[in-house]
Design a protein around this ligand. Structure first.
Ligand SMILES: Cc1cc2nc3c(=O)[nH]c(=O)nc-3n(C[C@H](O)[C@H](O)[C@H](O)COP(=O)(O)OP(=O)(O)OC[C@H]3O[C@@H](n4cnc5c(N)ncnc54)[C@H](O)[C@@H]3O)c2cc1C
Length: 471
């Protein structure tokens, strides 16, 4: 029997692709090499019993904003979003912090002399958000439905993060912007890095930096559970290494990286395409530490105790320097640390009174340097007494990330570098970036709209298959 579609990978994109196909009445089987679904969207007790840590993604503004998921009855399958009182913060020396709240004015009030400047930038982002959302979460190379809003975003977004905030009167606004822009995993003086800052600020003021109750795995479980109810099948512990590992099908959707697809599809791809996919550039890796704490992080700055996410790196200059060093292949003494403290809003993540903390910093791809001390020192700098709260810690190196999930090549969390025009052209400059051949599609983080837990790459790949071989 020929299955309509096979999907390789049961991460957020693979599950969303399968759901999109099953909802359209097509038969679909998902192949996953791990023994559970979720990919980089999973959780486990990695430190002490009762402390639930996210193995990959932890903060889900993109998931909460995902147009594909808003259509799905995921709440009926256990997904509950939780909003922390503050979206994200950036501590500064001297017990100060810039803090992004859902409300623009309240955020501006933490930015001292740049409050008006911030209101102007963030105000237009919020006004345009619903017009921007479909473009920013889809292939950018298509006719935009709202060209004026997109042009307004693009004129700012094409700049570097340092350039966009140059001329600020204080250090708080650039620092807040640096933390948001550093999600690009690029030196912050590079073009297009401002677009990451603008996107994450817009998300903070609209969808919010929300968490799934119970951890990232709740999203994956809800997607898998819903897929089961609409006829989709998931086969776990089934790595796809060769084409022969797949049953007969009319369309194949891969949510691997381009090199893995090239290796599996072989001569089904043109020689030119295989060469390009094999040399797909990966960006820096992540070195991650999960902490079990005996209480909240003792942040010096008031307000950070309420923030679900804290970008720990100091001023714009410091964050830019840290990311520059990583891009050059070095390990910064003071790394930029992305930190999530989900326990501030989700009591299910740790025993009563205790907290889980998730933190990682960028390192050169494939690095084997242990960054645990440097991550702890950065947090301690802005939260004296943090180390005394640690009950247990588990560090995960780039190679351990890749061992858990082959998509995380060298610890790259974003499915490939965003340098140059890679933000726009993933995996290549094409009006149909998710279509690889007439029957092979790619829907991982290496396709638009890129990395993050949102499922949109899988959604667009499935849509491409539905308008092609599965029409
Ligand atoms: C440490 C870390 C922190 C992150 N933080 C965030 C965050 O806070 N917020 C956010 O939105 N995003 C975050 N991300 C990024 C986000 O998790 C990914 O971009 C997202 O999971 C990509 O989804 P995907 O389905 O394309 O791939 P994945 O989630 O990587 O899933 C791919 C799946 O395919 C399977 N697979 C691969 N090859 C094969 C094969 N040959 N055969 C069978 N199965 C295969 C893998 O086992 C995996 O289950 C983070 C990632 C990491 C690693």
């Amino acid at each position: 029997m020929t299955i309509d579609a096979v999907v390789v990978g049961a991460g957020p994109n693979g599950l969303t692709a399968a759901i999109t196909l099953a909802r359209a009445g097509r038969s679909v089987v998902v192949f996953e090499q791990a023994d559970e679904v979720g990919g980089a969207c999973r959780s486990a007790e990695t430190t002490l019993p009762g402390f639930i840590h996210d193995l990959g993604a932890a903060v889900m503004p993109l998931g909460h904003a995902s147009p594909a998921w808003q259509e799905l009855p995921l709440a009926e399958h256990g997904l509950e979003w939780i909003a922390p009182a503050a979206e994200f913060g950036q501590p500064l020396d001297g017990g100060r912090a810039a803090i992004a709240y859902r409300d623009v004015d309240r955020t501006a009030s933490t930015l001292g002399p740049d409050a008006d400047r911030y209101r102007k930038v963030a105000g237009s982002l919020v006004r345009d958000w619903e017009r921007l959302r479909p473009s920013l979460l889809g292939p950018l190379l298509r006719l935009p439905r709202h060209p004026v809003a997109l042009a307004r975003f693009g004129l700012r977004g094409i700049r570097s993060a340092t350039g966009l905030t140059a001329g600020a009167a204080g250090d708080a606004y650039p620092a807040l912007f640096a933390g948001a822009a550093a999600h690009s995993v690029l030196p912050l003086d590079r073009p297009f890095t401002a677009s990451f800052g603008l996107l994450f600020l817009a998300l903070g003021h609209t969808a919010g930096f929300q968490y799934p109750r119970g951890g990232a795995a709740s999203i994956s479980r809800a997607l898998a559970s819903y897929l089961g109810t609409i006829g989709g099948e998931i086969r776990l512990s089934r790595p796809v290494r060769n084409w022969d590992d797949l049953p007969a099908h009319r369309a194949a959707i891969f949510t691997t990286g381009p090199p893995a697809l090239a290796a599996i599809a072989g001569t089904r791809l043109t020689e030119r395409r295989r060469r390009r996919f094999r040399s797909w550039p990966y960006g820096p890796g992540a070195f991650k530490v999960d902490f079990a704490l005996d209480g909240p992080i003792p942040w010096a700055a008031p307000g950070l105790a309420d923030a679900g996410t804290v970008h720990v790196g100091g001023t714009m200059e410091e964050v830019a320097e840290a990311e520059r060093l990583v891009a050059e292949g070095s390990h910064p003494e003071r790394p930029f640390v992305l930190l999530a403290q989900p326990s501030v809003a989700d009591p299910t993540r740790a025993p009563a009174g205790r907290q889980t903390v998730w933190a990682y910093c960028h390192v050169p791809n494939g690095s084997e340097v242990d960054m645990t001390d440097r991550i702890e020192a950065q947090i301690e700098r802005f939260a004296p007494g943090f180390r005394d709260r640690i009950l247990a810690r588990t560090a995960t190196s780039p190679s351990s990330l890749e061992a858990m999930n082959p998509n995380l090549v060298g610890g790259d969390v974003g499915g490939g570098s965003y340098a140059g025009t890679r933000l726009l052209f993933r995996p290549s400059a094409s009006l149909r970036p998710h279509r690889v051949t007439d029957s092979i599609f790619l829907g991982s983080a290496s396709t638009p709209p890129g990395g993050g837990v949102h499922g949109m790459g899988g959604y667009w790949a499935a849509r491409a298959a539905l308008s092609g071989p599965l029409r």
